[in-house]
Ligand binder design. Structure first.
Ligand SMILES: Nc1ncnc2c1ncn2[C@@H]1O[C@H](COP(=O)(O)OP(=O)(O)OP(=O)(O)O)[C@@H](O)[C@H]1O
Ligand SMILES: [Mg+2]
Length: 339
């Protein structure tokens, strides 16, 4: 079997706060193959951004990280800072959650993309000659063209405020793509955009992913966004992955009661309007006071006694489809009523 491009093993992250240790991510494991899109879904605070920042080692010093993160066979959690600098923005790049604040307002967008080329080149310059500013600018314009910005050579001279929200997001994607990464981490890439622009950006990401054989970790709280692009899907709840599998398995044959609840809460245009949308009763537990057993147990409609006793392991419910639920793993998954 070929080695996955990215392999996250038992990733656990805790923050040291004034109130003590706060768990943020618990025993997260997943793999990503070259050219594959994994959607990471979960509601606010479930640990999606902390997981992605851990991969790039961008968490603040208060974070205590355990586990292993292998990228192309190297454990990034044990790599030196120099090595991490050659990975970040080059082999793995990231589109951050707040694109509008990530651009420098007083710098032309072309210069910002060119700076990504030059920064990478400074790190790699030991092996290759330093790229000239002109060459970096030429590559920046090419990257802006690649993300379908019309009249890219002229728009490269614009400042961020001269561009629409959708165009600024395209600039962010150009910046992330200009050094031809193998893995793109897109953390809520469309959340700040309105629906039609959101669809265009997702389409663009899908096209870039296919034409460059890019692996992508697509993070969103929105199941509809993930369902459009992801080959596989992982669902996070209170810091851990509760279900992971092929997109068709997770969306059409959801095994975990939390995933089923999420699917039933998605409004559909075709839905009978007389049928009320279902919500999941109760609230997510505070991370500082997680129950000893399954974090979803207090809200779960199919819980059994053992659920409250110990944190359940991920169990394979069908080939390639895993759920962290002792009840789901004992019955073969039934087709979700939401589909
Ligand atoms: N620097 C930090 N210090 C302390 N706690 C933090 C820090 N960063 C994140 N957390 C906590 O870690 C948990 C996971 O946060 P994370 O940002 O990964 O959530 P998320 O799934 O990305 O949510 P959202 O959808 O709102 O972006 C939360 O409980 C959050 O409060
Ligand atoms: Mg986040």
């Amino acid at each position: 079997m070929d080695v996955p491009l990215l392999q996250v093993e038992d990733l656990t992250v805790e923050f040291t706060t004034a109130g003590g240790r706060l768990p943020a991510v618990r025993e997260v494991s997943f793999q990503l193959r070259a050219g594959e899109v994994l959607g990471l879904v979960g509601e606010s605070g479930s640990g999606k951004s902390v997981t992605s920042l851990a991969i790039l080692r961008l968490l603040p010093v208060q974070a205590r990280i355990c586990g292993e993160i292998h990228f192309s066979g190297r454990d990034l959690l044990r790599a030196g800072e120099q090595e991490m600098r050659s990975v970040r923005g080059a082999r793995i790049s990231m589109i951050f959650q707040e694109p509008m604040t990530a651009l420098n307002p007083v710098m032309r967008v072309g210069d910002q993309v060119a700076e990504a080329v030059l920064a990478h080149n400074r790190v790699a310059s030991r092996q290759s000659p330093v790229t000239s500013k002109n060459e970096a600018w030429r590559r920046a314009v090419e990257a802006l063209r690649d993300v379908q910005i019309a009249d890219a050579a002229r728009r490269a001279r614009d400042y961020p405020h001269q561009l629409s929200g959708g165009m600024r997001q395209r600039v962010m994607i150009a910046m992330a793509m200009v050094n031809r990464p193998e893995l793109l981490i897109a953390d809520e890439p469309t959340t700040a955009l309105d629906v039609t622009i959101q669809a265009q950006i997702l389409e663009l990401l899908g096209e870039l992913q296919q034409s460059y054989g890019l692996a992508m970790l697509l993070i969103s709280h929105d199941l509809a966004v993930v369902s459009q692009v992801a080959h596989r899907v992982a669902v996070m709840y209170a810091g851990s992955i509760v279900e992971i599998g092929a997109a068709s398995q997770v969306f059409q044959n959801a095994a975990h009661p939390y995933t089923r609840g999420l699917l039933q809460a998605v409004p559909r245009l075709a839905t009978d309007r007389a049928r009320p949308l279902r919500t999941i009763e109760g609230t997510v537990p505070a991370m500082a006071a997680l129950p000893a057993g399954c974090a979803f147990e207090p809200r779960c409609g199919i819980r059994i006694e053992e659920c409250a006793r110990a944190f359940p392991p991920l169990v394979e419910v069908e080939p390639g489809h895993w759920a962290r639920c002792p009840v789901a793993s004992r019955q073969s998954p039934v087709a979700s009523t939401a589909n």
